[in-house]
Each structure stands twice: as C-alpha cells, then as structure tokens.
Design a protein around this ligand. Sequence first.
Ligand code: NAD
Length: 361
Amino acid sequence: MRLKLAVIPGDGIGPEIVREARKVLDKVAGIYGHETEAVEVLMGGASIDAYGEPLTEESLEIIRKQDAILMGSVGGNPATSPWYKLPPEKRPEAALLRLRKEMGLFANLRPAYLYKELKGACPLRDEIIGDGFDMMIMRELTGGLYFGARKTEEVDGLLTAVDTLTYNENEIRRIARRGFDIAGKRRKKVTSVDKANVLDSSRLWRKIVEEVARDYPDISYEHMLVDNCAMQLVKDPRQFDVILTENMFGDILSDEASMVTGSIGMLSSASLNDTKFGLYEPSGGSAPDIAGQDLANPLATILSGAMLLRYSFDLDKEADAIESAVQQVLAEGYRTGDIMSEGCTRVGTKEMGSLVAERIS
Ligand code: NAD
C-alpha cells in the first residue's frame, strides 16, 4: 500500500520526536511491503519564521492531497518567544484550530493505556490497577459549548454571561458511528457519557446514540452520567473500552484518564474526519524546556504513528507491531528521563526510537 503522509515536525521537541516516529514507520513499511511517501509541511512557529504566518494556503493545499498527517507539536514558550507578541490569530496555536476546521476533524481519540512496566507512575492503588487498563476516549471536537454563541451583558444591573451548548442530530450521529466503529476494532464496548438527567442536548445525544447502536448489534453499549463516569475512572478504570462523549465532557474526562496512566510523553492522539483522513500527534506540547537536547520521549509520537496505520489505512497488524515493539522496549527496561525509574536504563530520544524500530517484526 502507498501511504501518502503530510509530516509536520512543528516546534520545540516536535522535529526530534517526529523523526523517531518516521524511523519506526519506515521500518514497518519496509517489513510489511508498504511505501511511505512523506511531504514535510511547516506549521506553527516554524511557519511564522519562514512565511510570516502559522499555516499558509499552500501548506493546506499540500495537506489536502495526503491521506493522513503525522505531527509533532507547535508553539514556543509564551513568556519568551517573539511568536507571542503577534495577535492571537497569527500565533502558532492558531494553525491547529485552522487545520482542524479546514479538514473537518470532528472526532478526537485519546487512548489511556497503562503499561504494566509503568505502573509506578499511576496514582491509583494496585488493587484498582490490576493488570492495567486500556481505554479510548472519543471526544466530539467541533461542536457543543466551546463553539456555541456566547455573550456577557448587563441584565437588570448585573453582569450576566451566557454560553450556548448546541448539538444537532447529524453531529451526534457521525461521532457516535465513529465511536462504534472504533469499538469494533477493540473490545466491542461503548460507554456513552452524557448528563441526560439535566440537559436537553444530552437527551438528544442519548436518543441518537441508541439509534446508531441498533446498526451495531455485536457491540455492547451503556449510558453513563458524566459525574458518575468521573468517579468510575478512578474507582474502576478497567470497566471501560470506548468512552464516547461530547466536547466539554471529553475535554475533562480525557485529561483525567490520561493522568491515571502517568507520563505525558506516552500519550498519543488522533483527530479524524468523516473520511479516513486523520491528524496524528502526541497529546503533549512542544516542551521548549527540553527541546534540542535529546531528552524528549518519542513514544507518544511513535504510538500516534501506530494509530495512523490503524485508523487511516486499516493496517491493524502493522499497528500491533509498533505497539508490541514499544511494550518490548519498556519490558527490557529502557526509559527516557520522564519515565525513568530505579534499575532501568536511561536512553535519549534517538536511541529510544532506534530501539523500537529494531524490535519491529
Ligand atoms: P508541554 O506539554 O509542552 O510541557 C509540559 C511538561 O511536560 C514540560 O516539563 C515538558 O518538558 C514535559 N514534556 C512534554 N512532552 C514531553 C515528552 N515528549 N517527553 C518528555 N517530557 C515532555 O506543555 P507546555 O509547556 O504548557 O506548552 C509548551 C508549548 O506547547 C506552548 O506553546 C503550548 O501552547 C504548546 N502546546 C501545543 C500543543 C499542540 O501542538 N497540540 C498542545 C499543548 C501545548
């Protein structure tokens, strides 16, 4: 298969971690008989320096012709970088919002997977962790409270603020379908999270999820109220497979779920539209404090590469190969500084990438 990729190294640690993810993807492609065709695109601070804006029309045009994007992260240190003297719409992060909008990336996926080798970083008790957990938070990314009309005005002499939470049935249906599709590639369970005891938008969410569920008879599903879900995530995280939820609930729950897995350097993510196109990137930022020092953990980006193969190209075997190689490297005791613990071998960004690539089979 030909894998047409836009590669956005980004800023800070971005170029270092993306280079290692490409090393691993190229190795997988070689072994499994695929061909990667990667075109590098500047975005964020790097694009501001080169062209005066964080994402150019030309870059977008190139991106539109590819099947998927592999990205580092964009941005610098807001306290010291000249990029933050620019107006907000010209800053590095504006490129991300534009890219999501232009490509219609409405479904955000964040796996929360606890490697047993990294159990020490999990703040939960041993009996709760058990053999570890493996869940996927599926968050609607382009609707809901963050995109609704808002205003602050004086009403009867009192300052009053209004935010609007709107979803239409199509927006709910498309994310629900994505959630059930993804569950089909996993343990076949969807937990749809809402606040249907209070909110109309949640009652519609629940109704549409039930309709969609009828088309997926082999996938079990349940509804859970968001407050209960927040509790269950720390009480019994092993019960979850796919958590399907709207934008704001997903924002909060995905951070909670990722915290219980430990390091930010391990967290991959994907944002998908209604085709196979997707943007794959680590959940963390550009970590300017450690950029250029061979200190960054490339595993989140490498694991984002596995998601890219699985969700944009349906190459499940190849994605499994990357995930197993990462597991093996951790089991052998190799660690970057952020996940280092006693008795392990400390390695840099490049060596970590090479160790994973060498173990692909
Ligand atoms: P950050 O995630 O970059 O860093 C937070 C801490 O985590 C730092 O101590 C950093 O060294 C560490 N860290 C992050 N990734 C790591 C990795 N792979 N390996 C080891 N350690 C890692 O968050 P921040 O400092 O708040 O933000 C820095 C810049 O990144 C800002 O400009 C911010 O806007 C941007 N940002 C970009 C994205 C994105 O591109 N999607 C996301 C979040 C933040």
